[in-house]
Design a protein around this ligand. Structure first.
Ligand code: AMP
Length: 291
């Protein structure tokens, strides 16, 4: 695996790989890798000839009072994991390389960026779309792989790719969970053992909604009520949002008759966690078959 730290080196390595090997798949990450990230790498390998990944803790997607400084950084371990998975190219730029002094240009997907996490984290998605657009421009992948764990991010990136005519195919991969249901996240490392148990309320709330929906309840208000009640029952968990929305427009829906995204965000201590489920579950997520 080649590790590239500059834009120029990454760009030429990716061009060479596409020229000699064919279809290039790309997995952008912020590092502190877990099985969720590795599932994206495996999905990329299933449909691409060569796989590139990036590790970059993107400062522009963190708010002023968020966890940029504490965000886990484990480069050596991550590098080994990606090498073991057979990733050929790893891009690990510095902040100065990605945002040289004087950078003032942003990519904003209007409207969508103010919904769900965008409402609670102003500027977050502007940071995400700006860095992903820059990464797409550097890597020029044929396909890029994102986790359904960040469902709003998937909707926003798909919209950006359409609007800016990026020749990149976007695949959303299913959420990878711990054995007890907690969605894997680099931020789970912040949780102490007690909080780790309390955090299960998020998944429980989604399962409760899913069960009620399977039992015939289509009213989104009632379904949301059941989900919020489940979160409220875990006293130490503070709800940010519990919403049922259209998975593309992220607008609230009233009756769950078509594809719906049930999404929750909540604080366990200082740690903000998110999780979601699609109804019906297999809905929009593509999990490419192995070649
Ligand atoms: P991050 O490093 O948090 O920026 O995540 C990088 C990519 O991994 C994003 O596309 C995430 O949606 C995806 N990802 C994170 N956690 C999971 C998970 N539990 N299951 C599947 N994908 C995930």
């Amino acid at each position: 695996m080649k590790v590239l730290n500059t834009i120029e080196d990454m760009r030429s390595a990716c061009r060479a790989a596409r020229f000699s090997d064919g279809r290039l798949g790309f997995v952008p990450t912020m590092g502190a890798l877990h099985e969720g990230h590795l599932s994206l790498v495996r999905a990329a390998q299933a449909t691409c000839d060569v796989v590139a990944a990036s590790i970059f803790v993107n400062p522009t997607q963190f708010g002023p009072h968020e966890d940029l400084a504490q965000y886990p950084r484990r480069f050596e371990r991550d590098r080994e994991l990606l090498e073991k998975e057979g990733v050929e190219l790893l891009f690990a730029p510095s902040v100065e390389e990605m945002y040289p002094a004087g950078s003032v240009t942003w990519v904003t997907v209007e409207g969508l960026s103010d919904k769900l996490d965008g409402r609670s984290r102003p500027g977050h998605f502007r940071g995400v779309t700006t860095v992903v657009a820059k990464l797409f421009d550097i890597v020029e992948p044929d396909a890029a792989f994102f986790g359904q764990k960040d469902a709003a991010q998937v909707a926003i990136i798909r919209q950006m790719v359409r609007d800016l005519n990026f020749p990149v195919e976007i695949t959303a991969c299913p959420i990878v969970r711990e054995a007890d249901g907690l969605a894997m996240s680099s931020r789970n490392t912040y949780l102490d053992p007690q909080q780790r148990k309390q955090a299960l309320a998020l998944h429980r709330s989604l399962l409760r909604v899913k069960k009620a929906w399977e039992g015939g309840e289509l009213d989104a208000g009632k379904l949301k009520g059941a989900g919020r009640e489940e979160i409220a029952a875990e006293k130490s968990v503070r709800l940010d949002y519990f919403e049922i929305v259209d998975p593309h427009s992220l607008d609230p829906i009233e009756r769950v008759t078509d594809a719906a995204l049930v999404a929750v965000a909540a604080y366990v201590g200082e740690t903000r966690l998110i999780d979601n489920v699609l109804l019906p579950e297999s809905g929009l997520v593509e999990s490419p078959a192995r070649r």
